[in-house]
Design a protein around this ligand. Structure first.
Ligand code: ZN
Length: 294
């Protein structure tokens, strides 16, 4: 940006905000980073979405293309993998069926990857025929282990939660899980509550808590890009349970929908990112449950 434009901007804005803007850290649109303490686990981030990929001597296991609305996003992700290794990309695993995470897989297909998803993800994709989203080649319902070059990635379906097709991906040796959208790290869930299954989700999170792992890679960067812990999963469960119990009382007093959505607060969580914008989505979903029976 040239000096003339900068000074005209400075005239138009309060000096303090220009200073803040000038000092804001430059966050690239696309970023690939190795997970600390691992030899071969990477996070690929595109904007506010991210995915995990694992590099082995026999090839790469990638997850979620995260290229919704970004026609070049899949190719850019493959190019980032190519900066790390020239081994073949053997698998692309979809975390669940939502397009914001799985659009853009064609570049992986072109690279020779087999696309794997839960069977219900394939059913939905077959019905919707999104032109940017590649159909899975292989599906399963319960669990499946991918073993490649000495690494095992365990894929588990733990029931309904944020969607009806969410997988937990666990690296047993590295004690890392990749979980997208149904256990947000330190933040309040938002639009994802649209197809959220409130009763079943609690059980799903409890199943994840019972698994053996230390760190959780989320599908959206956590606060300060940190990874999640079991405490984060417990906190998310507690948040959902608090929201559920609070709305239940109001619903039985006939206060759903508007009264709850517009007026109810959960101040215990007001410091969590997303609280202001996302709380109404959460309250609406629990009004659906306790005020309607859905
Ligand atoms: Zn989602």
């Amino acid at each position: 940006m040239n000096g003339k434009l900068l000074s005209s901007l400075a005239c138009g804005f309060a000096a303090v905000s220009v200073a803040a803007w000038a000092q804001a850290p430059q966050r690239p649109q696309i970023q690939t980073s190795k997970v600390e303490g691992t030899e071969n686990v990477y996070i690929f981030r595109n904007g506010n979405h991210q995915a995990m990929f694992v590099v082995t001597p026999d090839g790469v296991i990638a997850t979620d293309p995260v290229a919704y609305g970004r026609p070049q996003g899949g190719a850019q992700y493959v190019a980032e993998i190519r900066k790390v290794t020239d081994k073949p990309i053997k698998y692309l695993v979809y975390s669940h069926h939502h397009f914001d995470h799985i659009a853009g897989g064609q570049a992986f297909k072109d690279a020779g990857a087999t696309v794997i998803a839960h069977s219900r993800a394939k059913e939905r994709l077959a019905a919707l025929k999104d032109p940017a989203t590649v159909m899975p080649d292989e599906v399963f319902d319960g669990t499946r282990n991918l073993s490649l070059g000495g690494t095992t990635l365990e894929l588990s379906y733990v029931g309904l939660n944020h969607s009806d097709s969410s997988l937990v991906m666990r690296l047993p040796k590295e004690r890392i899980i990749f979980v997208v959208d149904f256990i947000p790290v330190g933040s309040v869930p938002g639009r994802g509550m649209i197809d959220f299954y409130p009763l079943e989700a609690e059980g799903a999170i409890k199943q994840v808590l019972a698994m053996d792992w230390d760190r959780l890679i989320p599908g959206h960067p956590g606060p300060g890009d940190r990874l999640g812990s079991k405490k984060d999963a417990q906190d998310q469960l507690a948040f959902l349970q608090d929201a559920s119990e609070t709305v239940k009382v109001a619903a039985r007093e006939g206060k759903c929908w508007d009264g709850v959505e517009k007026e109810m607060k959960l101040p215990k969580y007001e410091k969590w990112p997303g609280y202001e914008n996302n709380l109404p989505f959460v309250l609406r979903r629990y009004c659906g449950l306790w005020g309607r029976g859905t």
